[in-house]
Ligand binder design. Structure first.
Ligand code: TEU
Ligand code: CA
Length: 558
């Protein structure tokens, strides 16, 4: 497999609104990001992915862009951005921007023109349809709940929005739209940024004719992913973006590609043919979905995590490259979801870190994950900020669902769980701001914060640093082949990375019990040396031994 810089880096996702506020308005900003670059460098970060910072009406916190060429006023100015870019590069780091192609804000000039009349030249930049029998053009649900259509009185038609009603979908079938986007992409690349995380990219093509979805349950609106996700022909668009924009620059591209199967990997991320360098896939963070989908949470089991991990690790071997993550700004906090933040906060956060950071692929750490930040712990609807939550709550009420159950679901699944302010120290508001933040700080900032963890050699933060150093110290941990062991074990996850004569063995107890491990035979005969562990003293390996709760041990094998 080809060696290349973006396979060797460790990336960090910044949600700027919640990262660091410097001008006392309770909202994170670009000078705030600049002020923390040394912290990221020290942590061992090479690439920063910064969520949208473009001018926005902020219905979906920047994912509704009203000007692709301007910076959101709350975050700063283009001068601030240029300084940020220079300061990142000065430290030998790189930055990738969020690229939102599927939709704009309804306040984008293109949409303002488009909606002004049926014969406006930009009408066809978006997806307009007549009503059907006095109702929406089809039964598609928005991914943020409710209908995917919004009626516009002025021209007596509906426009399509897969996300909020303030995020009208662009009509990618229109070649002019694609040209506009390509020009915009090149404008940013010419500025010297180092690549993109490409938002919601599997949704840019819609099924011809926008057909109704089957609706046996007779719901008002139906999950319409089969009508707008990975639709045949999407690769023509993706290849055009690659050919006419990405391919000419030495950059890193990561597509947010929910619903993509490993069997399609070559077109998405194949070394020659792939549209992107990597994709985010979401199977492992969908394990806890219930029968009704994402809002319905169900227990997950380790066998499934093993299957999914194996599928992508082995499936991409020699084909493409994984993007590794446990958290992002759309997901609950991993320690709250897959660990035990009450009884084994440190142990389980470190175990989860070891699990994902040493697989084959480029790891992405989400802000706060490196200190084990937990779910938001909100109890009232008014504490939430996400447009998705309010839509969900409203739909549940309309459907006559139980309010308590709705609030439980929201507490578990809300994206706001990951959007509370970064916890820098134990001063008021966790050092994020000196005024009331735009979203409530998790009160546990007194115990969980960067300053405290910097001082504690045994902290999650220092463990992340050690893990990053370890990963970078070894070609085996970057390029080595993945294999997993103990396929049937319900509590222990064990995998190896091998390259030529060297191997690493990663042993993880995923739960709070004390299971017994019997070393599988190929490893029993080898020489094993502990290089990292979340317990002191580390477990010395024998043929059989008992793992402690959430124990994680990394062995170097020679
Ligand atoms: O999310 C895309 C996406 O498909 C989401 O619906 C995701 O599946 C959902 O949030 C559940 O996790 C991207 C961004 O990451 C998200 O923040 C934006 O709201 C969305 O696109 C629209 O731009
Ligand atoms: Ca601010």
């Amino acid at each position: 497999m080809r060696t290349v810089w973006w396979k060797e880096v460790v990336a960090y996702e910044i949600y700027p609104r919640s990262f660091m506020d410097t001008n006392e308005d309770g909202i994170g900003d670009l000078p705030g990001v600049i002020s923390r670059l040394d912290y990221l460098k020290e942590l061992g970060i090479d690439v920063i992915w910064i969520c949208p910072i473009y001018k926005s009406a902020n219905d979906d916190n920047g994912y509704d862009i009203s000007d692709y060429h301007a910076i959101m006023e709350e975050f700063g100015s283009m001068e601030d951005f240029d300084r940020l870019l220079a300061e990142i590069h000065d430290r030998g780091m790189r930055v990738i921007m969020d690229l939102v192609l599927n939709h704009t804000s309804d306040e984008h000039p293109w949409f303002i023109e488009s909606r002004s009349s049926r014969d406006n030249p930009k009408r066809d930049y978006y997806i307009w349809r007549d009503s059907k029998e006095g109702a929406e053009p089809n039964n598609w649900a928005s991914m943020f709940n409710g209908s995917a259509w919004e009626y516009d009185e002025q021209t007596d038609q509906y426009y399509l929005h897969l996300y909020s009603r303030k995020q009208p979908d662009l009509n990618m079938e229109n070649p002019e739209v694609r040209q506009e986007l390509i020009r915009m992409i090149r404008w940013w690349l010419d500025k010297g940024i180092d690549g993109f995380r490409v938002d919601a990219i599997t949704h840019i093509k819609k099924a011809p004719g926008l057909p109704d979805m089957p609706n046996p349950g007779n719901f008002r609106y139906v999950d319409a992913n089969p009508g707008h996700r990975n639709i045949e022909g999407i690769h023509d668009f993706l290849q055009q973006f690659k050919r006419e924009a990405f391919a000419e620059y030495d950059i890193m591209t990561v597509g947010e590609a929910s619903g993509t199967d490993v069997s399609e990997a070559d077109l998405w991320i194949g070394e020659e043919n792939g549209a992107f360098n990597m994709i985010f896939q979401f199977e492992h963070v969908s394990m806890d979905f219930g029968a009704e989908g994402r809002w319905d949470f169900a227990p997950w089991d380790l066998a499934e995590l093993k299957r999914i991990t194996r599928k992508w690790q082995k499936g991409l071997e020699g084909v493409g490259w994984n993007a590794l993550f446990m958290e992002n700004h759309d997901q609950p906090r991993s320690v709250s979801r897959f660990g035990d933040p009450v009884n084994f906060h440190k142990e389980s956060a470190k175990m989860l870190a070891t699990f994902f950071m040493l697989q084959q692929g480029t790891p992405f750490i989400y802000q706060g994950q490196e200190i084990g930040m937990t779910n938001a712990d909100f109890s009232e609807l008014s504490q939430y900020r996400d447009v998705e939550i309010y839509n969900y709550y409203r739909e549940r009420l309309l459907d006559g669902k139980d309010v308590e159950e709705t609030m439980r679901r929201i507490a578990y699944r809300a994206r706001d769980n990951a959007r509370t302010p970064m916890q820098w120290d134990d001063s008021l508001y966790g050092g994020f701001s000196t005024v009331v933040p735009w979203i409530r700080t998790n009160p546990n900032y007194h115990e969980i914060n960067v300053q405290q963890q910097e001082k504690d050699p045994d902290s999650i933060l220092n463990f992340y640093k050690a893990l990053i150093r370890l990963r970078k110290s070894s070609q085996t941990l970057i390029y080595g082949t993945y294999d997993d062991w103990l396929e049937e074990h319900p509590e222990i996850f064990m995998y190896s990375r091998s390259l030529e004569d060297e191997a690493y063995l990663i042993v993880l107890n995923f739960f709070g019990n004390t299971p017994e491990l019997r070393m599988p035979s190929p490893w029993r005969e080898r020489k094993l040396e502990v290089v990292l562990s979340n317990y002191t003293p580390a477990e010395i390996l024998q043929d059989r031994f008992t793992l402690r709760p959430y124990e994680a041990v990394v062995y170097r094998v020679t």
